[in-house]
Design a protein around this ligand. Structure first.
Ligand code: SF4
Length: 78
């Protein structure tokens, strides 16, 4: 399985709650409902494990605004 990283672009998050429903162990929210990735506090530096990738994909595909990002290298990206 390809290794990759994830992150929420919080400027694109509309606080709909869908990612937390789909992947409750991976996504949490701040007081305004803006999502973040739990394992690395949304830094984008945590290499998602095989089981995390399954849950991540559900949220990635389910996010209505495309705010959930994935990449093959850790953040920050130039
Ligand atoms: S599904 Fe997308 S828009 Fe909805 S809370 Fe999660 S990151 Fe934000």
């Amino acid at each position: 399985m390809t290794l990759y990283y994830g992150k929420v672009d919080q400027s694109a998050c509309i606080a709909c709650g869908r990612c937390q429903l789909l992947a409750p162990r991976l996504f949490s929210y701040d007081a305004e409902g803006i999502a973040s990735l739990i394992p690395d506090h949304n830094a984008g530096t945590h290499e998602l494990t095989a089981s995390e990738q399954i849950a991540f994909k559900l949220a990635y595909r389910g996010c209505p605004t495309g705010a959930i990002k994935r990449a093959n290298t850790p953040w920050p990206h130039d």
